[in-house]
Design a protein around this ligand. Structure first.
Ligand code: AMP
Ligand code: GLY
Length: 427
């Protein structure tokens, strides 16, 4: 099987690491990849939204399977584009088409989908310029805090939690009247705030059947003790200690099954990953958001625990045979700690040389590159806000995090920062 994986983050490095272990993987390409994916395949120098370049590469390299890592190309329709290219008759794509990707691409679509299929979620209303005054009235009467969500993709910044009414109305004005997030915030979802604990569950769907992958919890805030601004994720753990069998069963029955059945009922032939972002409130699961892809850094703890052959799993998904697959999971805990560039999630400098990656003990730990590139004389340099992560296996969250902390200390670059309290609530 000749595979093209789209993306350049830690998620893609973890997927490339796993795909390349399969005897079914004849050749792996990653576009654009990073300095870590290079070790598992061939990086191709184009962006994930350059559809023409992707098509040309698929033809030239005789690709059998494209796996789409990030949401942007999915929401923009890469799957539809490739499937409808006559020269690519035999190509399979893992990643939903434009219609299915609306689960992530439009918060209003996702909320109305949840309503149509009785999936538990926070109460909400949606507003545009047309009913703007109603929105202001609605906000004035809304219980605090208030959650405002830009409808479209806003690079992970489109959710704002407001602690008072003045702030909420100001934010609402910025989003709708002043197009704070451009087109994405022309429509705004105003949502009830849910107080609880977050957990992420991942499903692979083949249009008919699904399998559930190990669950994870990520740590989104930049600062220790979950303080400061939101980031793409500063660390993750899997499994999640409070996610016992009863809770996971409830999640499957109340959220996963109605979602899968809803997609089938609405004729959305969904083939790809679904990321369920959930809030657990008094032992009850509520949907916060769908993503049409795997999470990052969640993938870096989920994939190392997956014992199945990932290529076999992908093939089963393309043939609608996921009902024949049993997911086998490593019983050990994995924890990952993300090292970022100083200043992230604000301004930061790129191009710093990274040292010590090869000193990390491969017995218990894995280094996944997130924002790296190859510098002069084959050095590895920083090339993003989130630079790399160290995933370790352990007997418990505490154990795995301690190993990752010990190993990440062997790596250095100017401005390196990380959270040393990943998994703190489970110690
Ligand atoms: P998102 O950008 O959709 O991933 O949302 C970012 C984060 O905002 C989520 O991971 C939650 O921590 C928080 N969030 C979103 N919606 C709610 C809600 N209704 N209640 C509480 N927190 C929320
Ligand atoms: N870590 C959160 C996400 O991938 O959306």
């Amino acid at each position: 099987m000749r595979i093209l994986l789209l993306g350049s983050g830690g998620r893609e490095h973890a997927l490339a690491w796993k795909l390349s272990q399969s005897p079914l993987c004849e050749k792996l390409f990653i576009a654009p990849g990073n300095a870590g994916t290079l070790k598992h395949g061939t990086n191709l120098p184009f962006q994930v939204t350059d559809f023409e370049a992707i098509k040309t590469a698929c033809i030239q390299e005789k690709i059998d399977l494209v796996i789409v890592g990030p949401e942007e190309p999915l929401v923009k329709g890469i799957t539809d584009f490739l499937i409808n290219t006559p020269e690519l008759n035999n190509l399979d794509v893992i990643g939903p088409d434009k219609n299915g990707a609306r689960l992530e691409g439009s918060k209003a679509f996702a909320k109305s989908f949840m309503m149509r299929h009785q999936i538990p979620t926070a109460a909400y209303k949606e507003f545009t310029l047309d009913n703007y005054p109603d929105g202001v009235t609605y906000l004035q009467q809304h219980a605090l805090p208030i959650v405002l969500k830009a409808d479209g993709l806003a690079a992970g910044k489109g959710v704002v939690i407001c602690e008072n009414h003045i702030e909420a109305i100001a934010e609402f004005d910025l989003m709708i009247q002043r197009a704070k997030f451009g087109e994405a915030s022309k429509k705004v979802v105003v949502e009830e705030f849910l107080q609880g604990i977050e957990i992420s569950v991942f499903v692979l769907m083949d249009g008919k059947n699904y399998v559930i992958l190990p669950e994870a919890k990520d740590y989104k805030r930049i600062g220790e003790g979950d303080t400061g601004p939101n980031t793409g994720g500063m660390g993750a753990i899997s499994p999640v200690p409070f996610a016992n069998e009863a809770l996971l069963k409830k999640i499957e029955e109340r959220v996963i099954k109605p979602t899968v059945e809803g997609l089938i009922k609405e004729g959305l032939e969904y083939r790809g990953f679904i990321f369920f972002g959930l809030m657990i409130v008094k032992d009850e699961p509520y949907m916060i958001e769908y993503n049409c892809r795997m999470g990052d850094p969640e993938t870096e703890v989920v994939i190392p625990r997956l014992q199945n052959d990932l290529v076999e799993l992908m093939i089963a998904a393309t043939r609608q045979q996921l009902n024949t697959i049993n997911i086998a999971t490593d019983p050990r805990t994995t924890a990952t700690i993300v090292a970022v560039s100083g200043g992230y999630p604000g301004e930061y400098v790129k191009g710093r040389e990274i040292k010590g990656i090869e000193d990390v003990n491969p017995e218990d730990s894995l280094v996944f590159h997130m924002g790296t590139a190859t510098g002069d004389e084959n050095s590895v340099i920083t090339n993003g806000g989130r630079v790399l992560c160290v995933t370790s296996y352990g007997r418990s969250v505490f154990d795995a995090v301690e190993i990752s902390k010990f190993e990440i200390e062997k790596i250095s670059y100017t401005g390196m920062e990380y959270r040393s309290d990943i998994g703190y609530e489970f110690e």
